[in-house]
Design a protein around this ligand. Structure first.
Ligand code: BG6
Length: 501
C-alpha cells in the first residue's frame, strides 16, 4: 500500500453483471473518475458480460447516457466518456453457459492483440451471489485464471460472501480450488470510504491517540450505521437476509477491526490484514444465553421519514406479509485481549431511521473527580471522539469548557475537523481506490478468506440463537431511532447511544 504506481498497468476489466445497478451506479462512474485523475493506462479495455438483452452498441449508449448523468450533464467530460465507451465491448451470455466463456476468451485475446493489454485481466463479479462460484469455475475451465508468463489475473468478489459461517467456508474452499488466495479480492465497499481509512491514519500517523487507545482510558465504543432508506427494490433479497447478515459481518465488523486492531508492523496487505484477523478472533462469539441479553432485533412499521410517510416493512414489495426479518439490529460485543478486555463495543444498524449517519464514537472514561459539580449547569460529561464516516466526513473531539463569565459554568464543546471544509468536495463513488488497488495488485483493502470466516464466527451463534427463538423481534416506527430495547441495552450498562439527530 505504501508507494502506489502513478497509473495502473495494461489490463482488461471484465464486469460480470454489467447490466446491473452496481456497474451502472458505481463501477463505470468510478472508472470515469480514475480516468480524470490520470490513473488508467492507455492499454486498457472493459468487457461487459451478462444476460441483459442489449446489443454491444446499445450497451455503449446506455453507459454513455449513464456517465453523462452521473458526472453532471453540464460538467461531463465528453472526451473521457467516449474514451471509456469506445473501449467497452460486450459478451451476452448466461453466467452458467460454457459457450459464453469461450467467447470471452476469444474476445480477450483479440483485445490483447489490438490494445497490448498483456493478458492481464481483472474479473469483477457484480452478479448475484449464487453465480460467484459458477463464474470463477468457468473462468478456470477456459484457462483465464492462469497467471503464467508474468500475466496477472484477479477476481473481485462482491458481498454477500456466504450467508453463514459454513457457506462462507465452503465458498472459500471452492474458490481456492480454482484460483490462488492471492488472486481473490473480496470487497467490502466500506473500505473505499475515505473516513474509514482515516481511522488508520488517525490512530497510526499521530502520537497522541495511541497511548490512550485502550481499556485504561476508553470506557466504551459505539459503532452506528443508520440509514433512512428502506429496502427499496431489494425486498426479495433482504427478506431472506436481514440486517444482521446484510451489515454486521462485513461493514460494522470491518469498522470495528480498524478501530480495535493492534498497530501493524508495516502498511502492507499482509500486516494490515493479519492484525484485523487477530482482533476479530479476539471477539468471543455470544453464547446462547448472552444472545438474548446482548442483541436486539427489530423491524420497522409504517412511519414518517424525512417528512414523507412510508409503509411498514411488511408492506414493502416482495416482503412476506408475516415476515419476521429484522431491519434493525443492536448488539454488545467484547474484544478479549489485553488492550480491550472490559470495554464494551456496541454496534447498531437499521433501515428507516430518522437520519443517515455512519459513525464511530470513542467514549473516554470520565474525569475521576467531579470538581466542578456544584458550579456546572450540566453534570460533567465524558470526552468523546466522534469519527463520522458519512454523510459528513469529519472527526470531532468533544470536551468540557468554561462558559465565559464570573461563574464557573462548564459546558460541552467540540473541536472538529471536516474533510470537505479542509480539502474541498470531490465527487467520488467510493469504488475508485478499490478498483485501482485491484488493478495494481494491492490487496490491503480487500478481505482475506480468514477475515471473512472470523466475522461469520461472531455472527453465526446469533443467527442460530435467533432461529431458535432467543430474543423477541421488537418493532419501531419508521423515522424513529430504533426500538426501546436497543436503548435499554446501553442503559443497563450506564451508557447511552449518541443521539441520531
Ligand atoms: C450494502 C447493504 O452492503 O450496504 C445495503 O446490502 C446497505 O442494505 C448498504 O444499504 C449501505 O451502504 P452505504 O455505503 O450506503 O452505507
Amino acid at each position: 500500500m505504501n508507494q502506489k504506481p502513478q497509473r495502473a498497468g495494461p489490463g482488461v476489466l471484465v464486469i460480470f453483471g454489467v447490466g446491473g445497478d452496481l456497474a451502472k451506479r458505481l463501477l463505470f462512474p468510478a472508472l470515469y473518475n480514475l480516468l480524470q485523475e490520470g490513473l488508467l493506462p492507455e492499454q486498457f479495455a472493459i468487457v461487459g458480460f451478462g444476460r441483459t438483452e442489449v446489443s454491444e452498441e446499445q450497451l455503449r449508449d446506455q453507459m454513455r447516457r449513464n456517465l453523462r448523468e452521473a458526472s453532471g450533464e453540464s460538467s461531463a467530460d465528453a472526451a473521457a466518456i467516449e474514451w471509456i465507451v469506445s473501449r467497452l465491448s460486450f459478451v451476452r451470455s448466461d453466467f452458467t453457459n460454457p459457450a459464453g466463456y469461450d467467447e470471452l476468451a476469444t474476445k480477450l485475446r483479440e483485445i490483447d492483440q489490438a490494445l497490448a493489454t498483456g493478458g492481464n485481466y481483472l474479473f469483477y463479479l457484480a452478479t448475484a451471489p449464487e453465480f460467484f462460484l459458477d463464474v470463477v469455475q468457468h473462468l478456470g475451465q477456459v484457462d483465464l485464471l492462469n497467471q503464467a508468463n508474468g500475466q496477472w489475473r484477479r477476481v473481485v468478489v462482491e458481498k454477500p460472501f456466504g450467508h453463514d459461517l459454513e457457506s462462507a467456508r465452503q465458498l472459500n474452499r471452492d474458490l481456492t480450488k480454482v484460483a490462488e488466495e492471492e488472486q481473490i479480492y473480496r470487497i467490502d465497499h466500506y473500505l473505499g470510504k475515505e473516513t474509514v481509512l482515516n481511522i488508520l491514519v488517525l490512530r497510526f500517523a499521530n502520537g497522541i491517540f495511541e497511548p490512550i487507545w485502550n481499556r485504561r482510558y476508553i470506557d466504551h465504543v459505539q459503532i452506528t450505521v443508520a440509514e433512512t432508506l428502506g429496502v427499496e427494490t431489494r425486498g426479495g433479497y433482504y427478506d431472506h437476509t436481514g440486517a444482521l447478515r446484510d451489515m454486521i459481518p462485513n461493514h460494522l465488523l470491518q469498522v470495528l477491526a480498524l478501530t480495535a486492531m493492534e498497530p501493524p508492523s508495516a502498511f502492507s496487505a499482509t500486516a494490515l490484514r493479519g492484525e484485523q484477523v487477530k482482533v476479530l478472533a479476539a471477539v468471543p462469539p455470544l453464547g446462547a444465553r448472552d444472545c438474548g441479553m446482548c442483541t436486539v432485533r427489530a423491524q420497522y412499521g409504517a412511519g414518517n421519514v424525512e417528512g414523507s410517510s412510508v409503509p411498514g416493512y411488511r408492506e414493502e414489495r416482495r416482503v412476506a406479509p408475516d415476515s419476521r426479518t429484522e431491519t434493525y439490529v443492536a448488539m454488545k460485543l467484547a474484544v478479549d485481549n489485553w488492550r480491550w478486555v472490559g470495554v464494551p463495543f456496541y454496534l447498531r444498524t437499521g433501515k428507516r431511521l430518522p437520519i443517515r449517519r455512519t459513525e464511530v464514537v470513542i467514549e473516554f472514561r470520565k474525569a475521576p473527580l467531579a470538581l466542578f459539580r456544584g458550579a456546572s449547569s450540566t453534570l460533567p460529561q465524558a470526552n468523546r471522539l466522534v469519527i463520522s464516516i458519512q454523510p459528513e466526513e469529519s472527526i470531532s473531539l468533544e470536551f468540557q469548557a468554561k462558559v465565559p463569565g464570573t461563574e464557573v459554568t462548564v459546558t460541552p464543546v467540540a473541536m472538529r475537523f471536516c474533510s470537505r471544509d479542509f480539502f474541498g468536495y470531490k465527487n467520488r463513488t467510493g469504488y475508485e481506490t478499490l478498483l485501482f488497488d485491484a488493478m495494481i495488485g494491492d490487496a490491503s483493502l480487500f478481505k482475506r478468506g480468514d477475515m471473512i470466516e472470523n466475522s461469520w464466527s461472531i455472527i453465526d451463534p446469533v443467527l442460530k440463537s435467533w432461529a431458535q427463538g432467543a430474543g423477541d423481534l421488537h418493532s419501531y416506527a419508521a423515522g424513529t431511532d430504533g426500538p426501546e430495547a436497543a436503548h435499554e441495552l446501553l442503559r443497563r450498562d450506564g451508557h447511552q447511544w449518541r443521539a441520531l439527530a
